[in-house]
Every structure is written in structure tokens, then in C-alpha cells.
Ligand binder design. Sequence first.
Ligand code: BDR
Ligand code: CA
Length: 332
Amino acid sequence: MSVRTPIVLDVDTGVDDACALLLAALHPSLDLRAVTCVGGNAPLPDVVRNTLSVLDTCGRQGVPVGAGAARPLLEAPVDARHVHGDDGMGDLDWPRSNRGPGSRQAVELLRDVLLEAAAGSEEDRITLVPLAPMTNIALLLRTYPEAARGLERIVFMGGAAHLGNATASAEFNVFHDPEAAAITLDACADLGIEVVMYGLDVFYGPRVSLAEARDLVAAHDTGPAGLAGRLMAFQCERFGADSATLGDAGAVCAVLDPDGLTTERLPVRVELAGTWSRGRTIVDRRDWDGNLAHDPHGQAPALIDVALEVDGPRYARLWLETVTGKVAGFPG
Ligand code: BDR
Ligand code: CA
């Protein structure tokens, strides 16, 4: 029986995916069972290389890594190197891994890890944390729906009730592969999978200051804390800001500390058409009881715990204490 929370990350590493990987790899209450990669912030080969580098930095070479979809289901791929640097991880010249990904493709790796969890006890069920376009997840749930038996829940970074970033309407991960996000939500409704949406409404809340980032680098030249400080300093410097968001790492904080998040269970669907709104998550906040007789347009079938507020300083503290090894029972 596992006392730690079994977790799998699906990433497009990505500066803030790297921050999330540091937390998932190092926190003693998490049991990181696998990491799967998808093209997004950077092309897939860069994402895989960055992911392996972060895991190596954490001494977690044993965590299986699977390379997945190189492109969205329908959209042409676009990257976000203007945000994450040319190499997708802040152009830090950080030591590269000598390893490659495992031989199992991401969807097969996810299937195997989930079916193994399904064969175990309740405590073995996996919390799946997609932090990237949901191409791998959509393919998994449509190809191997039986794997959902191994899921505890999905906590994904993507979407928003109120904001956009890739466009005025849409958040990057959903915008990048709207069909995948729509398929994932549809499959979750069908298969009875609990979902938390950690979207842009909370994404910018947990922050680390440039001064804190520089202190980290000064105190730790190498290792997880040195990488953590450099990642945050890169973001501050790129945007000329005196602090930067933990981004995707906040979704991992939400797994560790759900009380730091305020959520509301709401119907959500993904806009797949729209002239300016493709990729928007339509969060239904109408003040009604869901009685379809009153409204012919009806509710979305997917009822999701939408994160609306976050205790940013609490999550930032959790992240900083973990990457600096101050959390009790730190494995390294
Ligand atoms: C999301 O898109 C990427 O740029 C980040 O890694 C995060 O997952 C924010 O919209
Ligand atoms: Ca990401």
C-alpha cells in the first residue's frame, strides 16, 4: 500500500513545466510514476531532452519517460519559444541528459501505468497532471478507455473561466489542441473521471520574486535549487518583471495542498469554432439549477472543479521549501 500520492505528469517542458517536474520529483509525499511528453512550448525532441535533464538534476533517472504526440490532432503545431527560450527551457546551458526516452510511446506508457494501478489497491490510483496540450490524454482515453480505472483524478493546467493568453479568448494549452481538450473533457464525463481545471484564473497567483530567485542561484550553483532559481530568474528577466509565476508547478501544488485552492464545480466545454474564440473554455456560471426544461441550450456534460482562487504565497512557499530540500523527509 502506498502512503504517497501516485502521480504522472504530461508535459511540454517548458520553463514552468520544469518547475512542476522539480516539485513532483522531489516532494516526499508524491510518488512520481512516469512522465509523458508532448509537443507544445517547444518541439517534441526539445521537450523530451528538457524533461530528462530536469529528472537527472533531481537524481530521478529511474522515472520512466515516454515521448508522445509531436503535433496536435488537427491544428498545425505552434510553439512558445518567445516565452520559454529557444531550447524551451530558458536557454540556461544546463547540463543535458545522456539518456533518451523509454521505448514505450507516451500513450502506451500511460496505459501500462494506469492498468497496473487499476490492478492494485485504492491508494495506487494515479493522479494524472496534464500541463500541456492534451493530445496524449485524448488519444489515451479514446484508445484505451479501460485505463481510466487506474485514475484517481485529473488535475490539468489549461483553460480559464475569464482569461486568455494565447489569444484574447483562449489559454495556450487548450488553444494549441482544442480538439484534444474537448475529447478529454468528453471522455472524462463519459468515464466518470473527476477533473480539476487549474486555469489562468489562478495560474499567475503563486509567484517567486527576482530577489528570491537570485538568492537561490547564489546559494546553490548546481542541483535542483540552482536550476529552480535560474528558471525563475529567466522568466523575470525575459518579461522585465520583479517576480514570476510558478505556472504549471501550481497545479502540482494543488495536488499536494488542495486547501490552498478555491474551486467551484461547473459545466465546462471547449469552443471548437468561433472566429476569435476557438480554444476558449466556456465555463457555465449561470445562476440556475441545471434544469434543462428552462434552457434549451443546456449544460455541458462535463462537470469540473474549476479553480477560481489560489493562496499564491502558500503555494510559492511549498515550492521553494521543496526545491531547497527543507521539506521533511526530502529524499535527496
Ligand atoms: C501554459 O502554456 C505553457 O506556456 C505553459 O507551460 C503552461 O502550461 C500556460 O498557458
Ligand atoms: Ca506546460
